[in-house]
Design a protein around this ligand. Structure first.
Ligand SMILES: C[S@@+](CC[C@H](N)C(=O)[O-])C[C@H]1O[C@@H](n2cnc3c(N)ncnc32)[C@H](O)[C@@H]1O
Length: 332
């Protein structure tokens, strides 16, 4: 299991010239608050613990976030009712998921038809914004867009790989994806159908590419699933060109509520979408961090911070329950 060394992290925060005094105090305070109300997946009580504590501490936005998550699957009214039921009956996670499954089988997955996401997905939104900035960068640095070589690590179904490469205008033959053999819903059949160059990550975790191969490497929502994180970051550093950029999309996970809601979300996907009903408390590896911790992890693996921002389309979506953000790093 990858754990951040608390002392080194606090020393790094305190000596970081890019963080303000308030940021330093808050980041250290938040780290010390972890594991106060948290219960793990195996407890089978994550929904209840989250909701009960949020009500007890009158945390309105935290309550809103669990309603938003449930709404995504079963619609608003059912979501609000279910939150009350969970609290009143101290439901187990299995009981909650069974109710959600029944509602979905009767009504299908509910979509909010007025949602701004129907205009464009949050990923398309952010990829287009990144592309605009990247085009400035390649102009300033006299880089020929036709020669940009791109790798997406942990590409999954490859949808974001294609969406991102098209936004930037990367030539089709320069788009590469890599992934491990099987993970959740992604298997070898899916990986053999990709519309871009694809190679598996080697058995020992090595990336199957020569040193200094890529101008852009992306890791979309995958780093929190990587157990040997320092090893992979070493590999990314090796295959990235000296002038290259790594772009990550991650969950900005600050406290026990953030951590539990992300685990609840993964549990919902596994149970309701991947139909992995055998053991709801069992899942693959995940280790969530906040933005400062990701900066710390990248810094100690020889990357420099370039830029980061939250991903949301309008202010209403700034309360996304999965707190996604992007960060860009360069090789030191
Ligand atoms: C949540 S999925 C995200 C997939 C895709 N990037 C997306 O955003 O749609 C996590 C991905 O990380 C991949 N993954 C997990 N551990 C990995 C590792 N050690 N090296 C490379 N990929 C890994 C999984 O196979 C999976 O494709």
């Amino acid at each position: 299991m990858y754990l951040i060394d608390k002392k080194k992290y606090f020393d790094w925060i305190n000596s970081n010239k890019f963080l303000t005094g308030c940021q330093k105090k808050v980041m250290i305070y938040l780290r010390k608050q972890l594991e106060k109300i948290y219960v793990n997946r195996q407890s089978n009580k994550q929904f209840y613990t989250y909701i009960e504590n949020a009500y007890k501490s009158e945390k309105i936005l935290i309550i809103a976030k669990i309603i938003l998550l449930l709404q995504k699957f079963i619609g608003y009214k059912k979501a609000v009712n279910l939150v009350s039921e969970i609290k009143k009956n101290k439901m187990t996670d299995t009981e909650v998921l069974k109710i959600m499954e029944k509602t979905i089988s009767e009504k299908g997955i509910k979509r909010n038809s007025n949602d701004v996401y129907n205009l464009c997905s949050s990923y398309k939104y952010v990829f287009e914004s990144l592309a605009l900035k990247y085009k400035d960068y390649i102009k300033e640095n006299n880089i020929d867009i036709k020669k940009i070589i791109y790798l997406d690590i942990g590409c999954g179904n490859g949808n974001k790989t294609l969406m991102f490469s098209k936004s930037i205008g990367i030539e089709k033959e320069n788009v590469n994806g890599t992934d491990i053999k099987s993970w959740g819903p992604y298997d070898t059949a899916l990986h053999s159908s990709h519309q871009f160059n694809f190679k598996y990550v080697k058995e020992d975790g090595t990336l199957d590419y020569p040193d200094n191969s890529f101008d852009i490497i992306t890791c979309f929502l995958m780093l929190h699933h990587v157990e040997k994180l320092d090893f992979l970051l070493g590999e990314i550093n090796r295959v990235l060109k000296p002038s290259g950029r790594v772009i990550i999309i991650e969950h900005d996970c600050h406290d026990d509520y953030d951590k539990m809601i992300l685990e609840i979300l993964h549990k919902c996907f596994e149970y309701l979408k991947d139909k992995n009903n055998d053991d709801v408390s069992n899942s693959g590896y995940s280790s969530y961090h906040n933005w400062a911790e990701w900066d710390f992890i990248f810094d100690k693996n020889n990357f420099t911070y370039v830029k980061s921002n939250y991903i949301f389309i309008n202010l209403e979506h700034s309360t996304r329950f999965d707190n996604i953000y992007y960060a860009i790093y360069a090789k030191k």
